[in-house]
Design a protein around this ligand. Structure first.
Ligand SMILES: Cc1ncc(C[n+]2csc(CCOP(=O)(O)OP(=O)(O)O)c2C)c(N)n1
Ligand SMILES: [Mg+2]
Length: 912
């Protein structure tokens, strides 16, 4: 006996030590009498004064020991059993039998939907096993916890569903009468008449149903954290009482390996997000195999979340284990539970009860004794916690009632492919199981008692009980009591009255001879918008620790930095006017160095119109290099979830942010942005252009209700900004307008020069060079958006192809360039592919200069020469294209290159 105890203890020590990174500290009991005295005292205090007193005394002992230099291991792991013991489990409020039947039918329909789709159309895909493992987690939520949107349409809980569990959500919505059989039939076939169902949660594709895209793993959890924080922000700023709305995030245990999943969990505890509940579906498997075959994912996650200051509720074992645990006075069963690794637990799922008896209980004779009256079949059926509604209910109840200001994670042990039997239950192939053969369907039907005949079962028909059935009534009643169906997303959205250009005329005027950057121009505009009577309160400035870089520190004092706890210290710069002001009603979200977190805030704010019924207007300003490139997937999610707002790419341009070198100098974010269909990307050169673009965006998104995201690059180069010329507003918004023409007496030719952002000034300088030195006249155009121009032109072109007999449509670009002769020379601070994208619609020879190649540190001047986007480079390109047309002598060009001080044999920046 003593032997098996020692073995078990040693193994437990070993595994805990490994998991917590602590050396084993448990010493051999050298004085059992003394030990008994201490334990007796503890029992006495617990009985007579309760657990709070025990906690107090233990904390005191810990403190005393630490002061005396006694190191204790960090308490980041508890035994491998349920956090809530059976005796603390609340009674289950629902009808277990009806709920089980409803759940079984949903299981069946989810499986049938995927099976049918893949039987008819091989390779269509879909997942059966994820929902099979998490059905109980969802059904307990749907029947007892998830609050619907309620009478006002915006009071519900906010639920991030695990993406691969979507078949279960569709199957439930089918029973709820929200989806038709035809729609289920068209799972993953969205182009069918009447529509189909999107593979995963995609609000872009199902805007009346899904709210949050989650299937790019890791994005759901981080967005949920920032959503929960945004809900607090809305409340603290007096915009909406969100105190009853919980944020639930369901995620996979494999998904926890994504850096985004756990990367922001300390924010949740720091900000006291007691409105946030993570539910991690620990089925111990990911796609290829076990998540932690040689360890225990639940224990590992527990340590991480406890260390980060979360409430951790483990739901490991179902109620079948309670009688055994209650007899486990020597803690031997708990130890055995703790020493077995996940890979082995997975094996038990696939093996008969005799194997479990021999290998799990059989390790210690006492445990074998424990289960001697249990049949093999009974051992096989003993459930994991996540398949026991009472255990799940108890955990959720505690999570929801959690009074201590901390976020909660529920770690639930489940079985991947639960109920699929040989076809996948707990098998490594479970994730990719896309259809069940007839025998498996039969087995599944029997196991869950679905009333479908032997004859029909092979066709995997859908099953819906009659409307008058108990199941259907119960299902509807529960949802009605909880405030309506979820997920759901309103079709109508609030409209705001936004300011017009006339209201912001001041911002269309130049800088009155003073130098400033487009960034400064933008910050002035943003400051004014924050004060705007109509929309000021709804503006959400978001920065990842770059305010000073962008000259925004003035806003700290003006609108304050949001801090739930206010400002608990006297700021070091409190004697200055623009001190670092944190306030409970602060407006700026100063996120610290996390672009992923900042973007998640953008997504929460940008969808507040649909989630909360309030048009919140995010302006997320960041180093443009760390946007599309670094957190592009979150921007993609923003587009999917129809977020609205402004992304401001600061310090943009490969040569304009000169000193920082190749990890900062962005010469390609505009290229990346091309691939985001709803992103309207602009590279303005002057403050008035930014003003026109922002006001147009406000109108379209928040007044007229269009979805869309604006991406505007701004730079830190200072120069004089002119007044807005008359009549250019449309051109600015659509992407191009003529800025300045220069004729020359006795001119030899004329060229068209395109410039954008800071490089527009290089085009203007080239214009002068060409005129003065080479008698070449030119027109300079400000191209604010090559991408918008291309979209419009490509759209017209496509229409023309498909309507060959009708009068052709002409794109904006074709209209404004009509009658212009080439050559056309474009120069920008971005890679050439960006400007080249409009080549097909330019009515003449078109040549582009850009900043292809790796960046480096230098002065702006030298960098622009290096990348060949300076005025001389533009002039040379123009003369060369003229010489190709025979209008300019090539020998004269050769000497011009020399005259302009350009080294014809310098390395090509493309490869340098
Ligand atoms: C960012 C990202 N990488 C990879 C995938 C592909 N993928 C889909 S599901 C899956 C395994 C999921 O395992 P887990 O998170 O444990 O969820 P389970 O299905 O087991 O509940 C993988 C690798 C993805 N969807 N997103
Ligand atoms: Mg998993």
């Amino acid at each position: 006996m003593a032997d098996s105890h020692t073995v078990a203890r040693d193994e437990l020590r070993h595994s805990l030590g490994e998991l917590a990174g602590n050396p084993p500290t448990e010493a051999i009991d050298i004085d059992p009498g003394e030990t008994a005295e201490w334990l007796g005292s503890l029992d006495y205090v617990l009985k007579s004064k309760g657990p709070d007193r025990v906690r107090y005394l233990l904390q005191l002992l810990r403190l005393r020991a630490a002061r005396e230099g006694v190191q204790l291991p960090a308490e980041t792991s508890t035994p491998y059993i349920n956090t809530i013991p059976a005796k603390e489990q609340p009674p289950y409020p629902g009808n277990r039998e009806i709920e089980r039947r409803i759940k079984s039918i949903i299981r069946w329909n989810a499986t049938a939907m995927v099976t049918r789709a893949n039987t008819k159309f091989e390779g269509l895909g879909g997942h059966i096993s994820t929902y099979a493992s998490s059905a109980t987690l969802y059904e307990v939520g749907f029947n007892h916890f998830f609050r619907g949107r309620g009478a006002d349409g915006y009071s519900g809980d906010i639920v991030y569903f695990q993406g691969h569990a979507s078949p279960g959500m569709y199957a439930r919505a089918f029973l709820e009468g929200r989806l038709t059989e035809q729609q289920l039939e068209n799972f993953r076939r969205e182009l069918q008449p009447g529509g189909g169902l999107s593979s995963y949660p995609h609000p872009w594709l199902m805007p009346g149903f899904w709210e949050f895209p989650t299937v790019s793993m890791g994005l759901g959890p981080i967005m949920a954290i920032y959503q929960a924080r945004f809900n607090k922000y809305l409340k603290d700023r007096g915009l909406k009482d969100t105190s009853q709305q919980k944020v639930w995030a369901f995620l996979g245990d494999g998904e926890c390996d994504e850096p985004e999943s756990l990367g922001a969990i300390t924010l949740a505890s720091r900000e006291r997000l007691d409105n946030l509940i993570f539910v991690v579906n620990c089925n111990l498997q990911r796609l290829d195999g076990p998540v932690r075959g040689n360890g225990k994912v639940i224990q590992e996650l527990e340590s991480i979340f406890l260390g980060a200051g979360w409430n951790v509720i483990k739901v490991v074992w179902g109620g079948d284990w309670d009688p055994l645990l209650s007899r486990d006075d020597a803690d031997l069963l708990v130890r055995r539970m703790g020493e077995v690794v996940d890979g082995q637990y997975q094996k038990y799922v696939a093996m008969p009860g005799s194997y479990i008896r021999q290998h799990f209980f059989g390790k210690y004779p006492e445990l074998l004794e424990f289960v001697k009256n249990y049949s093999d079949e009974r051992l096989e059926k003993m459930r994991r916690g996540g398949h026991d509604p009472e255990k799940v209910y108890a955990a959720y109840k505690r999570a929801v009632e959690n009074p201590d200001g901390r976020p909660t994670v529920v770690l639930v042990k489940t079985i991947k492919g639960y109920g699929l039997g040989e076809a996948g239950e707990g098998r490594n192939v479970a994730h990719n199981q896309k259809k069940l053969a007839k025998e498996s369907l039969l087995e599944f039907r029997n196991r869950f008692g679905i009333p479908i005949s032997d004859e029909d079962v092979g066709g995997a028909p859908f099953y819906k009980p009659p409307e008058s059935s108990f199941e259907m009534k119960y299902l509807r009643e529960r949802r009605a009591a909880l405030g309506g169906f979820i997920p759901s997303r309103p079709a109508e959205h609030p409209k705001s009255e936004v300011p017009t250009l006339a209201d912001y005329e001041k911002f269309t005027q130049g800088s009155e001879g003073k130098e400033m950057s487009t960034t400064m121009g933008f910050v002035r505009l943003l400051t004014a918008l924050c004060r705007d009577k109509r929309i000021g309160r709804n503006v959400v400035p978001i920065v990842p620790d770059e305010s000073r870089t962008f000259g925004m520190e003035g806003m700290f004092r003006q609108v304050g930095i949001y801090a739930h706890s206010g400002q608990l210290y006297e700021p070091v710069d409190s004697d200055q006017v623009l001190y670092y002001k944190e306030a409970k009603d602060g407006q700026i979200l100063e996120e610290g160095i996390t672009e992923a977190g900042s973007m998640s805030s953008f997504n929460a704010a940008g969808t507040a119109y649909a989630t909360h019924g309030i048009n919140m207007i995010p302006f997320y300003i960041y180093y443009s290099m760390f946007g599309f490139q670094r957190i592009g997937d979150l921007i993609w999610a923003a587009a999917d979830m129809r977020a609205k707002g402004f992304l401001i790419g600061g310090t943009a341009g490969r040569t304009t942010l000169n000193g920082e070198g190749l990890q900062h100098q962005d010469g390609h974010s505009h290229l990346n942005a091309i691939a985001f269909p709803t992103v309207r990307a602009y590279d303005p050169a002057f403050a008035y252009e930014t003003t026109v673009i922002v006001l147009d965006g406000l109108r379209r998104m928040f007044q007229e209700g269009e979805p869309g995201i604006y991406y505007i690059t701004v730079e830190n180069e200072n120069y004089i900004h002119p007044d807005m010329p008359p009549g250019v507003e449309e051109g600015i918004v659509r992407g191009i307008y003529p800025l300045r023409s220069q004729d020359v007496e006795g001119q030899v030719a004329r060229v068209q020069l395109f410039g954008s952002g800071a490089i527009l000034r290089m085009a203007l300088q080239a214009q002068e060079l060409l005129a003065e030195r080479f008698k070449v006249a030119s027109d300079v155009w400000s191209v604010t958006s090559y991408t918008q121009l291309r979209r419009d032109a490509a759209d017209c072109e496509r229409w023309n192809m498909l309507h060959p007999t009708e009068a052709p449509r002409r794109s904006y670009l074709e209209q404004v360039l009509e009658g212009r002769q080439g050559p056309f020379i474009a120069a920008s601070d971005y890679v050439r592919a960006w400007t080249e994208q409009i080549g097909r619609w330019i009515p003449g020879d078109y040549y582009c200069l850009g900043t292809d190649g790796m960046g480096r540190s230098e002065t702006r001047e030298n960098l622009r020469r290096h990348f060949e986007v300076d005025a001389e480079s533009i002039a040379i390109a123009a003369l060369w294209r003229l010489s190709k047309q025979g209008v300019f002598d090539s020998h004269r060009l050769a000497s011009a290159i020399q005259e302009l001080g350009f080294d014809a044999d310098k390395p090509n920046p493309y490869f340098a």
